[in-house]
Ligand binder design. Structure first.
Ligand SMILES: Nc1nc2c(c(=O)[nH]1)N[C@H]1C(S)=C(S)[C@@H](COP(=O)(O)OP(=O)(O)OC[C@H]3O[C@@H](n4cnc5c(N)ncnc54)[C@H](O)[C@@H]3O)O[C@H]1N2
Ligand code: MOO
Length: 494
């Protein structure tokens, strides 16, 4: 893996073609149950992903007729009969990088607030630089358990200083030592600390004496001493505004003396899952399928810093949808399903009826091309994700993540680039997002089961590779958006 680079600069990403170990063509342990999966299987997945009405490609961009994709489709994927009308969104579809840019600029940063230091802040972004309230370490202290010594030995030993005890007013005189614990304040006059395993004590009639038996060297001046201000001085800028609060940030802020942090509020998100055909329990039956997005989207969006205020399943009814959107007080409404032109696809008509402004209406990306982004009359945003589950995830990566990032005050993260282990068939005109898993050398291995309605590839994936129009070759560096278990939680690559 290499990185970082800006997600807006697709054309600047490196395109190396160096030979690599292409690895196995199946998904191995990460995608079980199909030991015989091969390139024909991949071609079928690709066909499913690409089959839904690609716009005409330039002849040069079309894959050769030997391409397995063409075999699976039975025709050139870029070809459409002139008699077939283009689906509505295709007229206005924007490129994938442009869609991400529009989404990033669609909203403004939410208000900042000072909140108590604690786990509730995880995933929020600092609204101000984090300044040190103190020197760190705050005082000269011992780095080891042992003895604080002054001058050269042997030293007359007397007393002890423990961590947490106040600094003694008595200076350590030259030739004297005091037992000391790690982290304890050094007595004035200390020239070094001798760690306990290097010293030995002899008892004489005149008291206890500390020696350094061979072969240990006498401590050098300053040895094992943590000097005040080594890490920072009071007022130093420890972290810039925009830093996402992680466990380590909580720890540093506490060490530097903070009881609260000024953070940008979490974007409040309401999720509306559309579809009469959706079940919330049990196996699919009687023409109906399980809702895969209701369980998947809330934790994902929380990982991106959102406060998911509600998840509602709505029937396919324009009035119901209109009322739900109009009543929402969320910063971002996310709908799933109903974005295409089917008889019960109500998202476009409802947005029109509400007077919403479409910022993105279709994106040149597979899967997910009917996704949309709109501004509601009161200023909130609405992301309309396609109903096919992997297409909905593409919508999260393309529109929702950049919107949330801006609202939550996070900086543009550094996407990863990784070389592909195998050629990946491209769409002639559109970007493809393809689930990949990183191999032992951090190269991205494309997975199977990547059709728009499938989650099997994604569930085994570390990320989604961004395949430019026309495809990508084995060895080529390709951007990868994190989708792995924990990655979105801290916002990398998204
Ligand atoms: N004439 C055209 N039809 C379609 C096009 C097109 O360009 N022209 N695009 C296809 C593509 S690609 C997609 S993606 C879908 C998008 O459709 P919608 O956003 O309107 O979604 P639905 O029709 O409501 O559902 C599509 C599909 O997904 C299933 N689904 C919906 N919600 C869920 C859920 N929460 N969990 C699991 N599965 C869900 C639904 O049952 C459908 O099978 O349009 C194509 N059609
Ligand atoms: O294939 Mo559709 O591209 O959006 O799921």
């Amino acid at each position: 893996m290499t990185g970082p680079r800006d997600d807006g600069g697709r054309d600047n990403w490196p395109r190396t073609n160096g030979a690599r170990d292409h690895g196995p063509t199946t998904n191995g342990a990460r995608e079980r149950g199909r030991p015989g999966a091969d390139s024909a299987d991949r071609a079928l997945d690709d066909a499913l992903a690409l089959a839904n009405g690609p716009r005409p490609a330039s002849p040069a961009a079309r894959p050769p007729s030997t391409d397995p994709l063409v075999v699976a489709l039975g025709h050139e994927p870029g070809h459409r009969s002139p008699a077939t009308p283009a689906p509505r969104h295709q007229a206005a579809a924007v490129s994938w990088p442009e869609a991400r840019r529009i989404a990033r600029r669609a909203g403004g940063r939410l208000d900042a607030r000072a909140l108590p230091l604690g786990e509730d802040l995880l995933g929020m972004a600092l609204a101000r630089d984090l300044l040190a309230l103190t020197d760190l370490p705050p005082f000269d202290s011992s780095a080891m358990d042992g003895w604080a010594v002054a001058g050269t030995g042997p030293w007359r030993l007397k007393g002890q200083v423990l961590a947490g005890q106040q600094r003694s007013a008595d200076a350590l005189l030259s030739g004297h030592a005091v037992r000391i614990a790690t982290g304890a304040v050094l007595p004035p006059g200390t020239t070094a600390v001798l760690r306990s395993e290097y010293g030995s004590i002899r008892r004489g009639t005149d008291g206890e004496w500390l020696h350094v038996p061979a072969p240990h060297p006498a401590p050098r001046p300053g040895q094992e001493i943590r000097r005040r201000g080594q890490e920072c001085r009071g007022g130093d800028d420890l972290l810039p505004a925009g830093t996402v609060v992680t466990p380590a940030v909580l720890g540093l802020a506490a060490a530097a003396g903070h009881d609260e942090l000024v953070v940008t509020m979490r974007p409040r998100v309401e999720i509306l899952v559309l579809g009469d055909e959706l079940l919330d329990h049990g196996p699919p039956r009687a023409g109906r399928v399980r809702d895969a997005l209701g369980p998947m989207l809330p934790p994902w969006l929380r990982g991106l810093g959102a406060d998911v205020t509600s998840v509602r399943r709505l029937v396919d009814d324009a009035d119901v949808l209109r009322a739900a959107v109009a009543a929402s007080t969320a910063d971002l409404v996310v709908t799933t399903g109903g974005t295409a032109g089917g008889p019960v696809d109500h998202v476009h008509p409802v947005l029109a009826a509400l007077g919403a402004r479409l910022l993105v209406d279709g994106v040149a990306v597979r899967p997910g091309h009917p996704m949309l982004l709109a501004e509601l009359p009161a200023g909130a945003l609405l992301a309309g994700l396609p109903g096919n589950p992997l297409a909905a995830v593409a919508g999260v990566l393309t529109l929702v993540a950049p919107v949330l990032r801006t609202l939550a005050g996070r900086p543009v993260p550094a996407p990863y680039a990784a070389p592909l282990t195998a050629d990946v068939t491209g769409h002639p005109v559109d970007t493809r997002l393809v689930p990949v898993v990183f191999d032992d050398e951090s190269a991205a291995r494309p997975l199977h089961f990547t059709g728009p309605a499938m989650l099997r590839g994604l569930a085994a994936a570390d990320g989604m590779a961004v395949i430019p129009p026309g495809g990508a070759r084995a060895g080529q560096e390709t951007a990868v958006l994190d989708t792995g278990a924990l990655a979105p939680a801290w916002g990398s690559g998204m």
